[in-house]
Design a protein around this ligand. Structure first.
Ligand code: NAD
Length: 507
């Protein structure tokens, strides 16, 4: 991603969306959106000005006054139309996503599909956004709760799922009766913008969904704006911690989903072929750029002998441009990301790990400038090495051997991250012990990437998450609503007179 001057170029500039209008930003600074397989510049993204951010929040604030009173049925019917449009346009948007992000076309469709599932779930808002009722909490007194929308919400999204993660956020926020300001990743906002266009086509009214582009300044403006009531963030740990602290200090409700180091624990009784397939797919798919990617393989006991088989499986994967048929591992998102990953691989060698599969220097015919790194595997990894302590976010697996399941559980629990983990075994007792004792928010049993479907919530934990309530599912309805409790008494007899009572009732 390169800064470019504000001069006319042959590539399109990505517009802002403010109050239902596509707005050409008057920004003075831009970023290029670059195809990671070719370095072709696809578009340029403005870093919106402070007054543009204020205009977007202002539009959302005004729209809230009417949208919050729009009947639930009308809101969910917008989502019904939206899900149909996403389905219809999925292949077209996937091609845009692959061009700007690098992942394979099939994986890009998966990215959209996972977001689509959240939109489908948003269509159930009629039964999700319900309060409770207790009759006769005192004589003739009832208590009930309302789940009311909270106001203007903001979403800040990362580069790695430009369809799914925006769709984690704005559909659920909007269907609950809130209005929204979205700040997509400046690295790959084009597919996100296609989804936003479809949301308007589905009937999201002007001002209910707004989009501003930018980086730190824009994010900070959203986190401090007095009219924003809640902020959803997904991205790296450093930025997520900053967003959480800043927005919290300004009185906002915040959910911050952040970095990870996901361990797959392999017991020697695991189904060998299926486990190796799972490890290779979850470690190297999307070039390792998934927050739930397997990044550490913990081989227990005799499973330590499986390293050559894992290397052989990794070698079967085809590295190439995401748009080319047969590609398993696309490029990483940017030249800078590639440099960073290569730096960590070099550090791993320096710090004494054994490089048993080296993906550096991989060549892809026809794509000499792509940000390619082939599957890479380290063994003899110690927990103080930077390839273990850092989130690599590339196609690099680090392998650690331990003697027992207890050792493996202790290792995972010592790691500060808590996004996802998996155990591979044929033993129900071992799996049950693992799920009970592991201190990680999302656990897979013979499942490498245990991302919950939208009827549940995304439940990363510890260093991978700040804030109590996760994205989508029931938790996000709590996040995007304020519970109001009403205690009511109605008199059906005009002559009733209890007299003045100055004490707390004992009945
Ligand atoms: P990032 O933190 O660099 O960027 C995320 C967002 O923050 C972007 O919109 C970006 O513009 C903005 N941003 C960047 N720098 C900022 C700053 N200094 N101040 C304020 N805002 C800033 O993350 P990324 O590289 O786009 O995404 C990859 C990261 O996201 C990885 O760490 C990955 O694990 C994480 N991630 C986590 C989850 C999860 O659910 N836990 C899901 C996907 C990705």
């Amino acid at each position: 991603m390169t800064a470019v001057p504000n001069t006319a170029t042959s590539v399109p500039t990505v517009p802002l969306l403010i109050n239902g209008e596509w707005v050409d930003s008057s920004a003075t600074e831009f970023r290029n959106v670059v195809n990671p397989a070719t370095q072709e510049v696809l578009a340029r993204v403005p870093l919106a000005t402070a007054s543009e951010v204020a205009a977007a929040v202002g539009a959302a604030h005004r729209a809230f006054a009417t949208w919050r009173h729009t009947p639930i049925g009308a809101r969910l019917r917008v989502m019904l139309r939206f899900q149909a449009l996403i389905r219809e346009h999925s292949k077209r948007i996937a091609a845009i996503l692959t061009a700007e992000q690098g992942k394979t076309l099939a994986d890009a469709e998966g990215d959209i599909f996972r977001g689509l599932e959240v939109v489908e779930h948003a269509c159930s808002i009629g039964t999700l956004q319900q309060g409770g009722f207790a009759e006769n909490v005192a004589a003739t007194v009832d208590t009930y709760t309302l789940q009311q929308p909270i106001g203007v919400c903001a979403g800040i999204t990362p580069f790695n799922f430009p369809a799914m993660i925006p769709l984690w956020m704005f559909p659920m926020a909007i269907v609950c009766g809130n209005t929204f300001v979205l700040k997509p990743s400046e690295q790959d906002p084009l597919s996100t913008m296609e989804l936003v266009k479809l949301a308007l086509e589905a009937g999201v009214p002007p001002g209910v969904l707004n989009v501003v582009h930018g980086a730190k300044d824009v994010v900070d403006a959203l986190c401090t704006h007095p009219d924003i009531k809640a902020v959803s963030f997904v991205g790296s740990t450093a930025v997520g911690t900053h967003v959480y602290n800043l927005a919290n200090a300004h009185g906002k409700r915040v959910q911050s989903m952040m970095g990870a180091k996901n361990h797959a624990v392999v017991l020697p009784d695991a189904h060998k072929e299926q486990t190796l397939n799972a490890l290779a797919g979850a470690g190297f798919g999307a070039a390792g750029q998934r927050c739930m990617a397997t990044s550490v393989v913990v081989l227990v006991g005799a499973a330590r002998d499986w390293v050559p088989d894992l290397v052989a499986r990794a070698k079967t994967l085809k590295v190439g441009a995401g748009a080319e048929p047969g590609t398993d591992v696309g490029p990483v998102v940017s030249v800078a990301a590639k440099e960073r990953i290569l730096g960590l691989i070099a550090a791993g060698e320096r710090e004494g790990a054994t490089l048993v599969l080296d993906g550096r220097g991989v060549e892809v015919p026809g794509y000499p400038r792509g940000n390619f790194i082939g599957p890479t595997i380290f063994t003899d990894v110690k927990t103080d090495m930077s390839i273990y302590t850092e989130e690599i976010f590339g196609p690099v697996l680090v392998v650690i051997g331990v003697d027992t399941l207890d050792d493996a559980i202790a290792l995972v629990n010592r790691n500060p991250f808590g996004n996802g983990t998996g155990v591979f075994t044929q033993s129900g007792a071992a799996a049950r012990k693992f799920q009970s004792e592991i201190d990680v928010g999302q656990v897979g049993i013979n499942i490498p990437i245990p991302v919950p479907v939208p009827y549940f919530s995304f439940t990363g934990s510890r260093g991978s998450k700040l804030g109590d309530l996760g994205p989508y599912g029931k938790q996000v309805v709590q996040f995007y609503t304020q519970t109001k409790t009403v205690t009511a008494r109605w008199f059906d007899d005009a002559t009733v007179n209890d007299g003045v009572n100055t004490t707390i009732s004992l009945k």
